[in-house]
Write a new protein. Structure first.
Length: 338
């Protein structure tokens, strides 16, 4: 039995293959699954296991059915048992990586994607999954390398272009990221996530004309489209955004639904803590090596842009405007070494 499934967390196309059956129970399970009777198929497969079947394809089939039904914990357990029986199974490690990715276990998922690539270096889906995991782990450079491996063979593949653009954006290569986002829009003018990232990027570059243009294109999206402004606590990245709360998280403007709850990352505290730790720890260590935070601010413009207050003065212009507060330019303060 060969089944094809589209799966997009990192936008990977996956194939889960099961070898031909040699047992009657397995054959019946396959037939039931193809008829859309997944529960009954699982019963037959479990019966096969209780009857002494130890073949890896039984666990592979159980894992696939659970994965298809988005029961990722059960699928993960099945694929782990599969790999215990057959560590070099051609699809087991890759399928396990997909399950781990679906449950946001980024580090272990990344490890199994890499193992999958070691046995099959041409598997683009594994590179896409690896790139997505590395982005979540805060390793933008490694994510970029994974996406470039795909683009070397398929230079116009949108998921790889978008992933590389995000990786460049995280590394502060805003020009390079912008070029890739615009390339995506030439291929897919309705890519909402690309337009949203271009709005943020244009704001970072203070290219307000482009920012307004991208916002207007977002407003032309089909009715009932959704915008999630994760930068609202920093002034927002969408022209039509207004701060909302968990009691009333959304509002509608120009037939577009807006979700603008500040500090939304706090709703997934564990994941947010892991991601932020991966981002900040290297920076903190670098600051220690270079003589402290003040030397980092003075020596690195990218670091300076993240400073909101300095020696009692508010240095973030958008927050100052939002709350009508006095603002001091951080570059002038550092130039004077106040």
């Amino acid at each position: 039995m060969s089944n094809q499934k589209r799966w997009a967390n990192g936008a990977a196309d996956t194939s889960v293959a099961t070898p031909p059956a040699t047992s009657q129970l397995f054959a019946r399970a396959v037939s039931l699954h193809l008829d859309g009777r997944g529960d009954e198929a699982l019963v037959e497969l479990e019966r096969a296991l209780r009857g002494g079947e130890k073949r890896a394809e039984i666990h592979s089939a159980i894992g696939y059915i659970h994965y298809e039904r988005k029961q990722f914990d059960q699928a993960t357990a099945a694929y782990r048992r599969l790999l215990e029986l057959e560590p070099e199974h051609p699809n087991g490690g890759f399928n396990l990586a997909l399950c781990l990715q679906a449950t946001e276990q980024w580090k272990e998922a990344s490890q199994f994607f890499e193992k999958s690539l070691a046995s099959n270096p041409s598997r683009k889906e594994a590179y896409l999954g690896l790139g997505a995991c590395q982005l979540h782990l805060g390793s933008a450079k490694r994510a970029q390398e994974a996406y470039e491996s795909v683009l070397a063979k398929e230079p116009t593949l949108e998921p790889a272009l978008f992933g590389k653009a995000v990786a460049l954006q995280l590394q502060k290569d805003l020009k390079g990221a912008g070029e890739l986002y615009r390339k995506i829009l030439k291929q897919n003018a309705s890519s909402e996530e690309t337009l949203i990232n271009l709005v943020w990027l244009s704001g970072e570059l203070k290219d307000y004309k482009s920012m307004a243009s991208h916002c207007e294109r977002l407003l032309e999206m089909k009715p009932d489209s959704l915008i999630i402004d994760l930068s609202i606590d920093q002034g927002g990245c969408i022209a039509t955004s207004e701060i909302t709360t968990h009691d009333k998280p959304v509002f509608r403007k120009y037939d577009v639904i807006h979700y603008c709850v500040p500090n939304v990352a706090s709703r997934v505290a564990h994941t947010a803590t892991t991601a932020l730790s991966n981002i900040f720890t290297p920076t903190i260590l670098r600051a220690a090596e270079e003589g402290g935070v003040e030397e980092m601010i003075f020596g690195h413009k990218w670091f300076m842009k993240g400073v909101y207050t300095y020696k009692g003065a508010l240095t973030n212009e958008s927050i100052a405007r939002k709350f009508v507060m006095k603002y001091k330019n951080i570059e002038l303060l550092m130039a004077a070494r106040v």
